[in-house]
Design a protein around this ligand. Structure first.
Ligand SMILES: Cc1cc2nc3c(=O)[nH]c(=O)nc-3n(C[C@H](O)[C@H](O)[C@H](O)COP(=O)(O)OP(=O)(O)OC[C@H]3O[C@@H](n4cnc5c(N)ncnc54)[C@H](O)[C@@H]3O)c2cc1C
Ligand SMILES: *[C@@H]1O[C@H](CO)[C@@H](O)[C@H](O)[C@H]1NC(C)=O
Ligand SMILES: *[C@@H]1O[C@H](CO)[C@@H](O)[C@H](O)[C@H]1NC(C)=O
Ligand SMILES: *[C@@H]1O[C@H](CO)[C@@H](O)[C@H](O)[C@H]1NC(C)=O
Ligand SMILES: *[C@@H]1O[C@H](CO)[C@@H](O)[C@H](O)[C@H]1NC(C)=O
Ligand SMILES: *[C@@H]1O[C@H](CO)[C@@H](O)[C@H](O)[C@H]1NC(C)=O
Ligand SMILES: *[C@@H]1O[C@H](CO)[C@@H](O)[C@H](O)[C@H]1NC(C)=O
Length: 597
């Protein structure tokens, strides 16, 4: 994509923010002791800091490695989401190891390094996961507090359904009773209609057996095709900063420090024989002055699925052999740290379409781009208020699928999915740039119930060195089988009458992916990730012989340390992950508050 977008990024990055009560460098901090220190200001960290600081008697410091998001225009324009990573000033720039299941390709793995974390750069899709996801979290941890019913009160605190940017009548696109209008985070349906929308919905009628319409996928019943919700209010991105931190900026008991990377947790004593990890070393960059910050009550790690696991490892909490190889002394041997990573593999499938109004043109034609940006700036309407998809769907393999002779069904119960489809009115491949001419649509297929498991581990005691990040994509028979079936399903979908005269034919290498073997090779040669990694500090039952945190999110074998972020999810959910992570963060904040009194 998009030279013109990058110009916006660069131009507006120069606009310096007018900050509230925020320190721009750890050396500026006047206090070094707080009741709670929260490391990482992403989806989860912002929730925890905002909820804890609602109690004026509690002092909180939120520590963020990245820069401020304030005043950077592209971070607020929904349609520019895909231009915010990889390889931008807001990205940690992770790269995977050679992926054996991807013909030894490496892929970039963006994570937000900025206030708001990945919620400031993500694609904004919002949903909660399936009923089965949360019921399984409850059953594997032995804590019914994680079940779907109990989590409903956190949806009330998190979601604030608002009208779409174009204020169209949303009757039939959602079930109002399944949504909250009282939460912190603005959520809306698309305000940017596309010529695909009516055809997708017509196909759910025409092929209703295989691709049924789902009147609302957010309420726990994910199966079928429905409308896509996004964290957008008034046509503008709503991140964890907009939703949670902005209202908390003025609180005298909440400090935020930016450009502050936590490099190591320190043992501050022993409690009941367990090492207490209540101090953290923080620095702006390699070689810069280091501050030691201390939490009186608890240290909370919300550094995300990679950052949290790496910080544990740098602090001597991890697999003893791996730590030794990296030159780090082991304090707590726990072989689960950095393991059991599950993720959604993604594959962008493109077709040429007979429609000169696909959104591809916006990124090719500077006049159109500028007109759309002006409309957005003036009225907060138009194509710039949209995301990459107005409709998405979640599906199961048939019960009779041959793979179930070898592999037990890995889905989170019979009403959870195996794969997803995302319908886009443009070329959306994160791997292959859009061609200079032509009009396209995409059906991105994604693996939702992977059986492959990956890992992250540090290679050095230097906190600024790159880790070994191995999501291990497509390394099981189930995973490749399901991805192949998903491509075949996408082709069946577009064979419906609704697409006649609209779809001209497959584009790129999809053209030659016809037999199962050809499709498998095409998958391995083109797939990437939806950036939903989870599980590197997984939660397990209190007495389990594996896992990193207990169901109350306290790190096992350690005192004073909790983890609240995507790393604790034992299985990646039937959702784009921000929604479920916001919910676990709301509950995490409640669990911390309960212990405080
Ligand atoms: C490109 C992209 C698109 C996505 N699209 C969607 C989508 O459309 N819908 C959806 O639901 N999900 C999406 N996701 C995923 C979703 O955004 C993440 O799952 C979610 O934000 C993770 O929340 P978190 O709190 O665990 O971590 P993050 O939001 O990643 O926050 C972690 C924070 O910790 C900070 N940090 C890390 N290490 C340190 C350290 N050592 N010291 C100090 N600070 C540290 C980081 O800078 C960051 O701010 C997307 C992700 C990406 C990268
Ligand atoms: C990621 O790459 C971009 C572009 O080169 C750079 O500006 C940014 O600082 C990098 N991020 C990190 C954490 O190194
Ligand atoms: C991937 O790399 C491994 C190890 O180097 C090698 O054995 C294998 O043949 C390679 N696979 C492909 C498809 O190139
Ligand atoms: C949208 O804008 C209106 C008017 O400017 C304002 O009152 C409202 O609070 C805004 N809503 C959101 C969700 O930001
Ligand atoms: C990974 O999770 C499974 C349960 O899903 C567990 O049995 C296994 O021990 C875990 N592996 C590690 C290394 O923690
Ligand atoms: C904004 O909306 C007004 C009123 O509907 C309209 O007249 C104007 O043309 C719009 N501006 C842009 C840039 O689209
Ligand atoms: C393209 O669409 C137009 C109508 O919008 C139709 O007349 C024409 O036949 C279509 N072209 C193809 C190749 O299907």
């Amino acid at each position: 994509m998009i030279t013109s977008t990058l110009q916006w990024v660069v131009a507006s990055a120069l606009v310096l923010p007018a900050l509230g009560k925020i320190y721009n460098n750890p050396t500026e901090l006047t206090k070094t002791t707080y009741d709670y220190i929260v490391v990482g200001a992403g989806a989860a960290g912002a929730v925890v800091a905002a909820r804890l600081s609602e109690d004026k008697k509690i002092s909180v410091l939120l520590v963020e490695a990245g820069i401020s998001d304030q005043g950077i225009v592209p971070l607020t324009v929904p349609f520019l989401g895909p231009s915010l990573s990889p390889g931008t000033p807001f990205d940690w720039n992770f790269t995977t190891t050679n992926q054996a299941g991807y013909l030894n390709r490496t892929i970039p793995y963006p994570r937000g390094k900025i206030l708001g974390g990945s919620t400031s750069i993500n694609f904004m899709a919002y949903m909660h996961g399936s009923i089965g996801d949360f019921d399984r979290y409850a059953s594997v941890t032995g804590d019914s507090g994680w079940n779907w019913n109990n989590m409903q009160k956190y949806i009330k605190k998190n979601e604030k359904l608002v009208p779409p940017a174009d204020h169209h009548d949303t009757t039939g696109e959602l079930i109002p009773s399944l949504h909250s209008t009282t939460g912190a985070l603005s959520v809306s349906l698309s305000g940017s209609p596309s010529p695909l929308d009516a055809r997708v919905i017509a196909t759910t009628k025409e092929l209703s057996n295989e691709f049924p319409f789902n009147p609302d996928g957010v309420g726990g019943n994910v199966l079928g095709i429905g409308y896509n919700f996004a964290t957008i209010g008034n046509g503008t991105r709503c991140s964890s900063v907009t939703g949670y931190l902005t209202p908390a900026f003025g609180r005298s008991n909440l400090d935020i420090v930016l450009n502050a990377q936590a490099t190591k947790l320190l043992v501050t004593g022993k409690v009941k024989g367990l090492p207490s990890f209540k101090s953290v070393l923080v620095t702006e960059k390699e070689g810069a002055p280091v501050r030691t910050l201390t939490a009186k009550n608890e240290m909370v790690l919300s550094a995300g699925v990679f950052g949290t696991a790496m910080l544990l490892q740098h602090s001597g909490i991890g697999d003893r052999d791996e730590l030794r190889a990296a030159g780090v002394a082991t304090v707590v041997h726990n072989p689960s740290v950095g393991k059991n990573m599950s993720d959604h593999a993604l594959l962008a499938n493109m077709w040429s379409v007979n429609n000169s109004n696909s959104f591809d043109a916006i990124f090719r034609n500077p006049n159109l781009f500028n007109a759309d940006m002006n409309q957005w700036a003036t009225n907060k309407t138009g194509p710039m208020t949209g995301t990459v998809a107005n409709n998405i769907g979640w599906f199961r393999l048939p019960k009779t699928a041959s793979i179930f002779k070898k592999t037990p069904d890995p889905a989170a119960g019979p009403k959870s999915s195996h794969y997803e489809m995302i319908f886009s009115n443009l070329w959306v491949d994160p791997i292959i740039p859009a061609p200079a001419t032509g009009n396209f649509m995409s059906i991105t297929t994604a693996l939702i119930s992977p059986t492959s498991r990956g890992s992250i581990k540090i290679m050095s005691s230097n906190a600024f060195a790159k880790p070994l990040l191995n999501p291990n994509f497509m390394t099981t028979d189930f995973d490749i089988f399901t991805m192949v079936e998903a491509v075949k399903a996408a082709k069946r979908f577009l064979a419906a009458k609704a697409w006649k005269g609209y779809v001209l034919g497959p584009a790129g290498d999809l053209k030659t992916a016809n037999t199962d073997d050809e499709i498998a090779t095409y998958v391995r040669g083109h797939a990437a990730t939806v950036w939903h990694a989870a599980g590197t500090a997984m939660m397990s039952a209190k007495n389990a012989n594996y896992g990193v945190v207990d169901p109350d999110l306290k790190v096992k074998g350690v005192d004073g340390l909790r983890i609240v972020d995507g790393s604790i999810l034992p299985f990646v959910p039937n959702a784009h992950t921000q929604g479920p992570i916001y919910l676990i963060a709301e509950r995490g904040a409640d669990l911390i508050k309960q212990d405080c009194h």
